[in-house]
Design a protein. Sequence first.
Length: 227
Amino acid sequence: MLPHGLINHLETKLGGKGEILEDYVKWLRDRIIALRTDENYNPALHIDVYGTIGLAFGNDSFSEIADYLSKLEKTAFPFGLRIEGPIDAGSREKQMLALKELTRIIDERGIKVEIVADEWCNTLEDIKYFADNKAGHMIQIKTPDLGSVGNTAEAVLYCKKIGIGAYLGGTCNETDRSAQVCVHIAMAANPDQVLAKPGMGVDEAYMIVYNEMRRILAVLDAKNRRC
């Protein structure tokens, strides 16, 4: 998956009717096609919009939001699209209900956009609550909010058990050690995707996470050869 730009402002990042984000998705699609050296490189585009789609169309205007997401799906083609936090309804209960209804409409209409729950879904209890109610196709498991590495692993396994996508995420405001610990959880629990962190850049976070994955595989390979 190719992670998001910071779409966190209605007028300057999304556009009053979503036109700025639509142009960005088109640019991203065209850039991938132009620069990829392997036609089998088909990343899902994962874009966090921080509730701005709800601000543009109304947090309870699910049909309009679905229409817009359908446009984004066509714009992103041939790549898959994940939209994180399309709505911020203001409370845990309202957020769960809003994402549940939006997910239902998207699925009924056959719109191939995955909704990722983030805001108001923080603790292990929250994650189970959203997952049980199918409030989204995927849930971001924000590791600093889970309270322990045990809860983080349990959250991933619970989502997988009931068929909800598990995104082992967190925040850019972490340490290299927390990122490495999360890699160990990810290699054991096998979420659908894991956040490259820390920091707001690309190279350093990607390098820390990727190198820890390679280190784990090298250690396991050495142990297997000794056996």
